[in-house]
Design a protein around this ligand. Structure first.
Ligand code: SF4
Ligand code: ZN
Length: 329
């Protein structure tokens, strides 16, 4: 059997297309870990005194982030995990959360498990039904994404985190960039830069994406080698997700297959371009939502989440009428 291109000792088992190397399992894990750490260092994503909250869904990407960050930063930084149960029948089951909590514990990280139901007062299945009863509705992912983004920021802030780490991989980032360009959404595109000048508001926790240069197949292979119990079921609402992302994903995969390394080059070039066109001025304080008190963009007095929920008949979500439970372990 051919030997690993890096150590030249162990048998090569994984072909890494973009580097045209055949690697053994150990060198593959080392390569992914180094690339994550290099990306963190390149953009100063983490400083010594940062408290880092990691959003962990129980999927492959989250396990890679948990694994690498716990090995490299647990001595210098406080790490906390957050798992949000969407409340979708047959998906994101409680048992998956237990595996995640136990694995994280073995790696020295406590995970807070909470839910959309706890924060909003309705789970995703109930929100979906409510939305279909109203005339003015969006895809389930719109409500789910807005709720999860809010819950992540809320818990990060309440737990004193200074960075909120999400496990978006290279494929996610490239797809999102193409979609932002196709939609002409310059603001969202600018925010994809790791040092984007986003609103410096004391109620918003700065987000970081340590896996932004790691391919999705690599996070899947990493989790497989490490035997992490990853969530296998697919969300049933994925079929109702916007089709543009599915088309962009398919086309990018086709191109990447014919030209390995394309996605890395694309994101690296985008980083350079976005660096040039970042605004000089940054808004330091956002408006506050008159319903829930959370930050919202200037020019709005009701936040996006309150607006989305109100439009489907949810006028008094939990978070707006009571302080949600702080920590559920
Ligand atoms: Fe939520 Fe959509 Fe993801 Fe399902 S596919 S978990 S509804 S964002
Ligand atoms: Zn609000």
């Amino acid at each position: 059997m051919k030997k690993c291109d890096v150590c030249n000792i162990r048998p090569a088992e994984i072909y890494q297309q973009h580097s045209n190397r055949k690697l053994c399992k150990e060198c593959f894990i080392e390569d992914i870990s180094n690339r994550v750490i290099n990306e963190i260092k390149k953009w100063n994503m983490i400083s010594n005194n940062d408290v880092i909250m990691m959003a962990l869904s129980g999927g492959k990407d989250g396990y890679v982030m948990l694994d690498v960050l716990s090995r490299y930063f647990s001595k210098s930084n406080k790490l906390i995990g957050l798992n949000i149960i969407e409340g979708i029948h047959g998906y994101n089951k409680e048992e998956d959360a237990k595996f995640l909590v136990n694995t994280a514990k073995e790696l020295g990280v406590d995970v807070i498990v909470t839910s959309i139901k706890d924060y909003v007062g309705y789970n995703m299945d109930e929100i979906f039904l409510k939305s279909r009863e109203s005339k003015n509705y969006f895809t389930p992912c719109t409500y789910c994404g807005a709720s999860r983004r809010r819950i992540m920021n809320y818990y990060a802030r309440e737990m004193g985190a200074t960075k909120l780490a999400t496990a978006h991989n290279l494929d996610d980032e490239a797809q999102t960039a193409i979609i932002n360009i196709m939609k002409g959404d310059i603001n969202s595109l600018l925010k994809q830069h790791p040092n984007a000048k986003v609103a410096d508001d004391d109620m918003l926790v700065k987000r970081i994406k340590p896996l932004r240069k790691i391919y999705e197949w690599e996070t899947a292979t990493f989790s497989f080698i490490k035997k992490y119990h990853i969530q296998q079921t697919e969300c049933p609402y994925i079929e109702l997700a916007p089709t543009l992302r599915a088309i962009v994903r398919r086309e990018l995969y086709k191109y990447e297959k014919e030209n390995p390394g394309t996605l890395i080059k694309f994101i690296e070039t985008l980083d350079l371009i976005l660096d040039y066109i970042q605004p000089n001025e940054v808004t330091t304080k956002l408006n506050r939502c008159i319903k829930c008190g959370e930050p919202t963009t200037l020019g709005r007095n009701v936040c996006k989440l309150c607006e989305l929920l109100s439009n489907i008949g949810i006028e008094n979500p939990n978070y707006a009428i009571k302080i949600p439970k702080k920590v559920i372990k």
